[in-house]
Structure formats: structure tokens, C-alpha cells
Design a protein around this ligand. Sequence first.
Ligand SMILES: Cc1ncc(COP(=O)(O)O)c(C=O)c1O
Ligand SMILES: N[C@@H](CCCC[NH3+])C(=O)O
Length: 430
Amino acid sequence: MGTNYVFQEFDTVELAKKYGTPLYVLSEDILRDKCREVRETFLKVYPNTQAVYASKAFLTKAMCKIIEREGLGLDVVSGGELFTAREAAFPMERVIFHGNNKSFEELEMAIDFGVGRIVVDHQEEIPMIESLAKEKGKVVHCLFRITPSIEGKTHKYIMTGQKDSKFGIPLEIETLKELVEKVQKSSMLSLRGFHFHIGSQLFENHIYEGAIEIIGKLAKELKTNQGMVLEELNVGGGFGIQYRGDEKTKPLSFFTEVIMHSVERIFKEFTLPIPKIIIEPGRWIVGEAGITLYTIGAIKEIPGVRTYASVDGGFPDNPRPALYGAKYDGIIANKAEKEKTYRATIAGKCCESGDILIWDLPVPKLTAGDILAVKNTGAYNYSMANNYNKIPKPAVVLISGDQSNIIVKRETYEDLLRGEALPKHLQGKV
Ligand SMILES: Cc1ncc(COP(=O)(O)O)c(C=O)c1O
Ligand SMILES: N[C@@H](CCCC[NH3+])C(=O)O
């Protein structure tokens, strides 16, 4: 292995050679450790709890299998995510279906598949779900997603709990009373409780307390006026990870202890029964399990300004820096122990000035052909990948113990054109 960068016992330069770059590498062992932590420090400590992995962070059939075997549920937000879960034979009773604009077809699919919960995001969904439930003769178990009117400290584009949000039912007691009554009158819908999600990549734990307080008040009012018992409270995900620096990602308990203590205190104060508590982490489970490998190509030094080192991927496999100014750490894998003598800005290959993966990364002297490993790319990289500039998506390799297996093939140019068609008048020679 020499001086190469090793990720979970794998020489990353060898992985790059074997599978090509850009390459997503996902460690099953890290994933399973994270799931174990969820079980040991949350599910086993607190009775009547459930943990659901937010599949938008990273979803493939192999991931579904790992999540299933680790005993977690799955949060899906689209027909595509739902279909993936079904193709992986994921137990549908453990699936929670979210979405701020679920189509009739998606709702029908969810009810046909028998998902465990549908989270109602807005009032017009209620008659749609009810008519489908009647048609299918199935009782549908729902949660209402409530916007708690709380602003998490995170990038504007990944805040969701603020009043001015496209997600959830506004915190308006009269509207809520009406909606609860509608569902209570229906023999086909069963309202099991509420859901909220404050935002993603959060580092404060007491912000959850504030949201639980708001929901507690609401639950009290709805119990007094409408006899509604809040059986379940889904507090969403959002637990942040450290992308750079020496500080470690906080353990899950940093968030869940505050959540569970708040629930106990607040529901006792309101003399309400303690509901089942559900958490929905995505990034916290998968973020640190992934790295991305690239090959460095063009190196351009602008004297007195900076050096750009361009890689064979970028925005199409990781749009997060361009979208949210997300910061990553990286290492030159084949020169892992060499002294970092200067800084290079890691640029992607897209025709887009914003396609910069890392600004001013300390590196040793670079040469074309060096392998760069970008760390903590497990969440929202593969799942947000795109084909801008008709660049094929990288393969995903799962490393488990000493085994490596492709779980998603590298796209080919032919894959890119699959689905394209030439209308008759554009066929043939000019
Ligand atoms: C409803 C819901 N649950 C869970 C998550 C997962 O978030 P994260 O990956 O930050 O844990 C999200 C995304 O922010 C979400 O919208
Ligand atoms: N895509 C976002 C997270 C969105 C979370 C879903 N509500 C990110 O990469 O940080």
C-alpha cells in the first residue's frame, strides 16, 4: 500500500485503478456501525421508538437491503424511491411516504404497495387519499406534516421548518382542527399523529425542543377539543455531520437525548400520553460512509493568483458546493504522506465557473494522473448526480470487509442517449 490513502482497509489508488474514476466508494461497515449506534443508543434505550432512514440521501437496491437488515425503516418521497424499495423487496410496512406534491399515481402506488404511513403535506391530499383508500378497500394510516415555524441554522435551501416553507401544513389551529375533524370522520383514514422536519445539516439540539413544545401545545388543544390522541410523533432528521476539520461528528445521542427528554417533560406537563417517537436521519447515517475518487488532469497555475487542478468529475457527481457553498476535505491519494507544500483549487470539468469542488486545498506538488479522494460524500452526492454536459454518472462500489462490489454500474455514452428519439422529419441526410 505504501503511502497511498487507505479508506476502510482499501488502498484507494488500487480502487481507482480497478474501477476507474470518478468513482463513488461506499463503506458497508461504516453504514452498519451507524445503524448499530441508532439501535444501541436510541431504539434500545427508549421504548416505543422507531428509526427510519431518509432514502433521499442515498438510495440503491443494495442500500435498501442493508437498511432492512439493520432493522430500520425507510422514508421515501417519490414514486421512484418507492419503486426502488419495492424492487429490493423492502418490507412496505416500514416505509413512510412523504412529499409536498405527491401525484395521484404515486399515492395509488403507495396504497397498492401497502406503505406503513403516508405523511399528509397539504389539505388537498386528504380527499385524494380517502377516495383511493375507499376504492382499494384499505385503511390508510397517516401523519400530518406540521410546519413548526422554526428556523434552523443552516443553508437557506435546506431549511424546511420556517413559516414560509413549501413543506407541511401551516401551524394554524383552526385549519388544523378542520383537517383533523375531516380525517376523524373518515372510516378509511386513520390519523396516527404528526410529523415535523426543521431542516438538514443542523448542529443545534435544543431546536428540536422548541418544535416539540409547539407540537405538545397543539396536541393538548386537539385532545381537549376533538379528543385526538397523538399516538406518534415523527421529529424528522437533519442531524449534521462534520465535513472538514478535526472536530468529530456528534453522536446520535447528542440529538436524541434532548429530543427524548423534551418529549417526556413536555407531554407530562400537558398531561398527555407519551407518543411513539420516530426519527428520520439521512445524512448522519450515510454521509461519512462515502468518498469519491477522481483523477487530476489539467493543472493551471495563475502566478500570484491561484492554482487550479481540474478533475474528471465535479458538479455532475457532486452539485452541493455549487448549490449550497458546501465545503469538503480531500487528499491526494497517491501522495498521502507527502508534505503539503502549496494550495490548489479543485475544479470540476463542467462548463460552469461555479463548478469548484474545493477551494484552496493544501496539497503536495501535483501532477496529471494523481488521484484525489474527496471525503464524506456519501449523502446527497450520488442521489443528486446529474448528466450536465452529457457527462455519464460514476459507478458506485460497495466495500464490505475485504470485498468490493459494484452496486451501480458506470453510465456509458449509450446510456445517456437511451430514451432519445429523432422525429421523422429530422431523420436521414440533409
Ligand atoms: C421529511 C424529511 N425527513 C428527513 C430528512 C433527512 O434529512 P437529513 O439527511 O438531514 O437527516 C429530510 C431532508 O432534509 C426531510 O425532508
Ligand atoms: N440535498 C440537501 C439536503 C436536502 C434534505 C432534504 N430535505 C443537501 O445536499 O444538503
